[in-house]
Write a protein that binds this ligand. Structure first.
Ligand SMILES: *[C@@H]1O[C@H](CO)[C@@H](O)[C@H](O)[C@H]1NC(C)=O
Ligand SMILES: *[C@@H]1O[C@H](CO)[C@@H](O)[C@H](O)[C@H]1NC(C)=O
Ligand SMILES: *[C@@H]1O[C@H](CO)[C@@H](O)[C@H](O)[C@H]1NC(C)=O
Ligand SMILES: *[C@@H]1O[C@H](CO)[C@@H](O)[C@H](O)[C@H]1NC(C)=O
Ligand SMILES: *[C@@H]1O[C@H](CO)[C@@H](O)[C@H](O)[C@H]1NC(C)=O
Ligand SMILES: *[C@@H]1O[C@H](CO)[C@@H](O)[C@H](O)[C@H]1NC(C)=O
Ligand SMILES: *[C@@H]1O[C@H](CO)[C@@H](O)[C@H](O)[C@H]1NC(C)=O
Ligand SMILES: *[C@@H]1O[C@H](CO)[C@@H](O)[C@H](O)[C@H]1NC(C)=O
Ligand SMILES: *[C@@H]1O[C@H](CO)[C@@H](O)[C@H](O)[C@H]1NC(C)=O
Ligand SMILES: *[C@@H]1O[C@H](CO)[C@@H](O)[C@H](O)[C@H]1NC(C)=O
Ligand SMILES: *[C@@H]1O[C@H](CO)[C@@H](O)[C@H](O)[C@H]1NC(C)=O
Length: 570
């Protein structure tokens, strides 16, 4: 039995490999199972998709043919390694169940010939019913891998069925993202411009401009924006939402006990308000012991710690009440427990409760790192972050909190594991609460622009994700990992990617001809519009005095198809 660095134990699964080109498997882009938290008595049937499936193992009968994977009990059928090709994306899925214990994590690990382990996903498995484990691998080298399951401890006895490993080229993966974007971020809209007598106004032109997109790609900012006109212009020309990296933090606003100084945060908020930029609050408290104001670290009396902490929450939340779109309340409270250690196990839940009472309308976030970006993470895994949110909401008085999950997204400068990220977002999204990527960045590396684009598209094409904030900026901002523009504010390659996506994710200045005919069902006349608010003008090249303006809101709630009728009084 091998023990690996994470403290997990591995169980070799001898695979019965068959290469089939058409098979039955779970679709990594399908939400039907992933947004459910419960496990299944019987894994549901899924529809076959015409995709390359490298491995597809199913058993008809639950009781006698499930695979038992335990320390001795590898499946004795046979073993053939699976050959992966660099440049492809592999999604993995399997239904798993525990035979003895209940409620333990089960993960999947890929081992390359060199012995390198890639963690590919995890699920909290139950005894007596099947849970869907999803994830995958984007190999950085071609070669064979073995697939393992890992339990939380040595004794874990795991059963698995319906294993599947699907291969996608990068192009196929992007195509699937785009199909999903079409479904989750857009509606079909049919415009009908008619005279009073119900005949179409031929040659009328409908001009559309999205004034407010509902999905926001924002950017963090810091105090240097107060000192640089160029930085301010650069920022305001692009972003509609921000958060301040440090300026609202306790160690900045109260460096000396009792001497609060909100000057920087207030000025930045003023700049944001003047430019219609929304602000996400970061952060009321931070559970990392190193990140307290130095004078707080020196307080010995827990009652005194409680007093100054309550004062901090009251002070910052009252000051910015009604001005922010959300608050990180106890930042990183899955990784850390500074307040819990001193003030008791429910300290975070109590602080969320106080935050809720102070500003009932503001969204309150759990905000963690490594959750979507690091498959090797053992502390703030998607399951644990989700459970932290559940624990907070379960606390008395917290039922009505507008909760949300922030996944920071500090990626490493290597090929991101997109199927893992997607499965992590599935888990976070299974609570039905909004998920935001809150601090997305990546150290400088030759492929930064490419990797960032892949990550951004993965997030945008996931239905649980409601917004993204990147932590980057022009050179003058000092965001030195994700530099988006040089000292003259000329874009870097990564800056070009951000500008491209900002443009793609907002519908600016489109014109459509009024091709409306009497056939209301003719879907070819529909246009596909991104969710958000629009300014619409109807004009006509000949009828000079025909000019109608209206506001249009395209939302998810309106269903997949909206009809807009404009009746011309002429
Ligand atoms: C599991 O395998 C069975 C038998 O092939 C199949 O009927 C079922 O649809 C599969 N389930 C999933 C979720 O792929
Ligand atoms: C693949 O990634 C691992 C971990 O980041 C690294 O150690 C290894 O050298 C990489 N291999 C190649 C061929 O780039
Ligand atoms: C409908 O009204 C318009 C403008 O008043 C007119 O040009 C058109 O001929 C009418 N069509 C019918 C079918 O009555
Ligand atoms: C619609 O017309 C108004 C007034 O002329 C103008 O300000 C606006 O930019 C136009 N909008 C579009 C989408 O063309
Ligand atoms: C469309 O909206 C963008 C941004 O909101 C604005 O800059 C542009 O002037 C608008 N165009 C028209 C024609 O209104
Ligand atoms: C408050 O903070 C601002 C900006 O960070 C600084 O310029 C100012 O000196 C501070 N005021 C006091 C009294 O420390
Ligand atoms: C904490 O605050 C309470 C109420 O304001 C006060 O009575 C108590 O003395 C304070 N405790 C400490 C240790 O300062
Ligand atoms: C919360 O928002 C609603 C509507 O958005 C408003 O009517 C209500 O007054 C707000 N409540 C508080 C406490 O600010
Ligand atoms: C913490 O909260 C849980 C759930 O509300 C409760 O059952 C438990 O007694 C609390 N523990 C303490 C030490 O307050
Ligand atoms: C930056 O762009 C400007 C034009 O916008 C150009 O004149 C200048 O040469 C560019 N600077 C560099 C360093 O590329
Ligand atoms: C628009 O112009 C037409 C003639 O081209 C005229 O019959 C009509 O009354 C005008 N409508 C308005 C609202 O001015």
């Amino acid at each position: 039995m091998k023990s690996i660095n994470s403290g997990f134990f591995l169980f070799m699964l001898f695979l019965f490999m068959c290469l089939v080109y058409l098979g039955i498997a779970i679709d990594p882009f399908s939400q039907s199972h992933s947004l459910k938290t419960e496990c299944m008595m019987k894994p549901p049937r899924s529809i076959a998709k015409q995709e390359l499936i490298l491995l597809s193992r199913s058993v008809e009968d639950d009781s006698d043919q499930e695979w038992e994977i335990d320390e001795n009990g590898a499946i004795r059928e046979m073993t053939q390694r699976i050959q992966l090709q660099k440049g492809n994306i592999y999604s993995f899925s399997a239904w798993v169940k525990l035979r003895e214990e209940n409620d333990k994590k089960v993960g999947v690990v890929f081992r390359s010939e060199s012995g390198r382990l890639v963690h590919g996903g995890e699920v909290r498995a139950k005894q007596g019913c099947w849970s869907l484990l999803k994830g995958g691998i984007v190999p950085n080298a071609s070669g064979p891998v073995d697939i393992f399951f890992k339990g939380e401890d040595r004794e874990a006895k795991i059963s698995a069925k319906n294993l599947s490993l699907k291969q996608f080229s990068k192009e196929e993966w992007k195509l699937r993202q785009d199909q999903l974007i079409e479904k989750i971020r857009k509606n079909k809209v049919r415009f009908e411009v008619t005279y009073k007598n119900n005949t179409a106004v031929k040659d009328a032109v409908i001009s559309l401009n999205q004034t407010k997109p509902s999905f926001l790609l924002g950017c963090g900012m810091n105090f240097r924006i107060l000192q640089s006109e160029g930085y301010r212009k650069w920022f305001a020309a692009r972003f509609a939402i921000t958060s301040f990296t440090n300026e609202m933090k306790w160690y900045r606003t109260e460096e000396v006990r009792g001497k609060e100084n909100y000057t920087a945060a207030d000025s930045m908020l003023k700049f944001a308000e003047e430019n219609n930029i929304l602000v996400r609050g970061h952060t009321v408290l931070w559970d990392d012991p190193r990140m307290q104001p130095s004078w707080v670290k020196n307080i010995k009396d827990p009652e005194d710690v409680m007093n100054v902490t309550l004062n901090r929450i009251n002070s910052v939340m009252n000051r910015y009440k009604g001005k922010l779109t959300g608050w990180d309340v106890v930042n990183e409270n899955v990784h850390w427990d500074y307040f819990e250690k001193i003030l008791g196990v429910n300290a975070s839940s109590r602080f969320y409760n106080l935050a809720y009472k102070l500003d009932p309308n503001v969204t309150l976030f759990v905000n963690e790192y490594n959750t979507i970006e690091n498959p090797k993470e053992v502390t703030a895994t998607p399951i644990k972050v989700k459970e932290k949110m559940e624990e907070i909401l379960a606390n008395q008085g917290n039922e009505n909190i507008k909760g949300a999950i922030g996944a920071q997204g500090h990626f490493s400068p290597t090929q991101p594991n997109l199927p893992y990220m997607r499965s992590a977002l599935d888990t976070l999204g299974s609570l039905g609460l909004p998920v935001w990527i809150t601090e997305l960045d990546m150290p400088t590396c030759p492929n930064q622009a490419k990797y960032m684009e892949e990550i951004l598209r993965e997030a945008y094409s996931h239905p649980a994700v409601e917004g993204i904030i990147i932590f980057g900026g022009p050179e003058v901002s000092g965001f030195d990992k994700l530099t988006l523009a040089d000292k003259d504010f000329n874009n870097t390659e990564t800056g070009d990617v951000i500008d491209k996506l900002l443009k793609e994710w907002q519908q600016i200045n489109s014109q459509i001809p009024n091709i409306f005919t009497v056939d209301h069902e003719n879907e070819e006349e529909d246009v596909s519009l991104l969710h958000g608010l629009y300014n619409v003008n109807v004009t006509h090249p000949q009828i000079k005095n025909l000019s109608t303006s209206l506001c249009l809101e395209v939302t998810k709630e309106m269903g997949p198809r909206q009809v807009v009728r404009v009746v011309i009084d002429a």
